[in-house]
Design a protein around this ligand. Structure first.
Ligand code: CO
Length: 166
C-alpha cells in the first residue's frame, strides 16, 4: 500500500524515534513493504519511517536506478565519517520542490541491522553514503532545511517549510 508522505511542518518529522526490536513484528514488516511501494511511487531514493508518520528507527535506501538493490537500514548508526566533505544538491520528499546544496562527509562507515536483526557494516563514499546520511538525519529529526548551504530551486518554499517548533 502506498502511504501518504508527511511534509513539514508536521511535528512527526522532528520527533525522536524508537529503536526497532527483533524478530521484526509483522506490522514492521508490513511497514517496510509499504515504504518500498511509497518510495517507488514517489520516485525517491530513500525514505525514513517518520516520513510516513512512524517514529521508528528505520529507513529504506532505494538506489535501484544506480544498480544497488534496495535495502532497509534498521537502527542505523554512522560510526565513522571522512574529513573530506562534499557539497551535493539534495531534495527531500517531505519538502517537495525545494532543492539545495548540502555539505556532508564524503565517506562514511554505517552500522545497521538487516531484516533478520543481523548487524551489517557498510563502507561507502558514493551515493549510498550520501543517502544514508540524509536518512539518518531524518531519524534524529534533522532536515535539509537545517543544513542547506544554498537553495538551488524553490527559494520561495523556504518560508512555507520554515519550522514551527513546539
Ligand atoms: Co528526506
Amino acid at each position: 500500500m502506498v502511504l501518504p508522505i508527511v511534509k513539514l511542518p508536521a511535528q512527526v518529522l522532528r520527533r525522536p524515534v524508537t529503536d526497532v526490536s527483533f524478530p521484526l513484528h509483522k506490522d514492521v514488516r508490513r511497514l517496510i513493504r509499504d515504504m518500498l511501494e511509497t518510495v517507488i511511487k514517489a520516485d525517491g531514493i530513500g525514505l525514513a519511517a517518520p516520513q510516513v508518520g512512524q517514529s521508528l528507527n528505520l529507513a529504506l535506501i532505494y538506489l535501484e536506478t544506480s544498480g544497488i538493490p534496495v535495502f532497509p537500514i534498521i537502527n542505523p548508526k554512522i560510526v565513522e565519517t571522512s574529513k573530506q566533505r562534499v557539497a551535493i544538491e539534495e531534495g527531500c520528499l517531505s519538502l517537495p520542490g525545494l532543492f539545495g546544496e548540502v555539505t556532508r562527509p564524503k565517506k562514511i562507515v554505517i552500522e545497521y541491522q538487516d531484516m533478520h536483526g543481523k548487524v551489517q557494516r557498510l563502507d561507502d563514499n558514493g551515493w549510498i553514503a550520501r543517502v544514508c546520511q540524509h536518512e539518518v538525519d531524518h531519524l534524529i529529526g534533522t532536515l535539509i532545511i537545517d543544513k542547506l548551504d544554498s537553495v538551488t530551486q524553490g527559494q520561495e518554499l523556504l518560508k512555507i517549510y520554515s519550522d514551527r517548533k513546539g
